[in-house]
Design a protein around this ligand. Structure first.
Ligand code: 13P
Ligand code: SF4
Length: 352
């Protein structure tokens, strides 16, 4: 069955030729990833989507990634997400109504448009990117967050960072900010659950969001590894908790994790705190270099929503293209796309 599906994908790709490009995020399952023309972390995939001149971009990732590809590609290019239910639970933790409410509440104590740069992690819906575009803000990814924060502080004295508190906190810490200067904005509470004094002292207001996959990694997993392998190295994604990031030797995006281990000495041993598909793939790939790679958690931590893009859905969307039908197109409304593009292009320019 799997072999038949793989053959269907290869045959459809061959018929479509250069008109179609398949992009895949590093968390994608192996039976889909193997068919990708272009792979990367969120930042790299954004550049690749902006550069490709293919007519059809079949995006094997999650919904917000396909939206970014649509916003950054030309209006004639078509972006397809093979399964529309492939979302990101973290992205769903912030929405426009809640962010607008926070902005209104903040306006009761300060002038947010003069004093706060809204920064959205790329893991967010297009309307939140548009909000940032409209309010002088910007987008960031896990590989450029510190640089983007530096840019943001050069514009205004504070930042409202959504939806991932962990990436915001770790990046702020890298810049020398204290935890007191980075309180959590609890969107379930009036005024984020903060006093006017706390807001006054704050440099970054951290949205109360997180990734359900990365929150599974714990400092005790690192401790156990270090006890067993005192020479071992620990590398984590910045969506992990502050305690896990602090206990790690290296912290960075999926692309950074892959490159750091690729460039490491043969014979090194690694504990990796990010999604299981990626860790399994690099453990296999780098085995021949004598590198031992271990997954951080004893639990199975997979991005189950990204895994919804399976070979069946990929084959189905490609075969429809062969027959001249577009299925599961992701199209961001033009007004929203225009403002979101502003915030995304600002990010691409700042992170160069
Ligand atoms: P990267 O940008 O590091 O690929 O991260 C995206 C993501 O969703 C991690 O959970
Ligand atoms: Fe979203 Fe977490 Fe999946 Fe990344 S791993 S796409 S943040 S749910």
């Amino acid at each position: 069955q799997d072999e038949v599906c793989a053959q269907r994908i290869v045959a459809a790709k061959q018929k479509l030729g250069k008109r179609t490009v398949i992009l895949a995020h590093h968390y994608q399952r192996a039976d889909v990833y193997q068919h990708a023309d272009l792979t990367g972390d969120s930042l790299k995939l954004s550049y690749l989507a902006a550069q490709t001149d293919a007519d059809y971009l079949v995006f094997c990732g999650v919904h917000f990634m396909a939206e970014v590809a649509d916003i950054l590609s030309s209006s004639e290019q078509v972006v397809i997400l093979p399964d529309l239910s492939a979302g990101c639970s973290m992205a769903d933790m912030a929405n426009l109504a809640k962010v607008e409410r926070a902005w209104r509440e903040l306006a009761e104590v300060i002038d947010p448009d003069a004093l706060i740069t809204p920064v959205t992690y790329i893991n967010s819906s297009a309307d939140l990117k548009a909000f940032c575009g409209e309010h002088g803000g910007i987008v960031c990814t896990s590989s450029n967050a510190t640089k983007i924060l530096q840019w943001s502080f050069a514009q205004r004295e504070k930042v409202l960072f959504f939806p991932d508190q962990h990436l915001g906190r770790w990046s702020g810490h890298q810049m020398g900010l204290s935890l007191e200067e980075m309180p959590v904005w609890d969107f379930d509470e009036p005024m984020g659950g903060l006093t006017p004094e706390q807001i006054d002292k704050a440099k970054i207001l951290l949205w109360k969001g997180h990734c359900s996959v990365h929150q599974m990694f714990q400092p005790q997993h690192i401790l156990r590894f270090r006890n067993q392998h005192p020479d071992g190295l620990v590398i984590s994604h910045p969506e992990c908790s502050f305690e896990v990031c602090k206990a790690s030797d290296f912290v960075g995006s999926t692309e950074y994790i892959i490159n750091t281990i690729r460039e490491a000495e043969p014979g090194t041993r690694w504990l990796v705190g990010t999604e299981l598909n990626l860790v399994g793939r690099i453990a296999e790939e780098f085995k021949s270099q004598g590198k031992m790679i271990q997954f951080m958690s004893p639990m199975v931590c997979m991005c189950s929503t990204m895994a919804r893009i399976d070979p069946q859905h990929l084959a189905w969307s490609l075969e429809n293209l062969v027959d001249g039908r577009v299925v599961n197109q992701i199209k961001v409304p033009e007004r929203e796309a225009k403002l979101a593009r502003l915030a995304l292009e600002k990010m691409l320019a700042v992170s160069k």
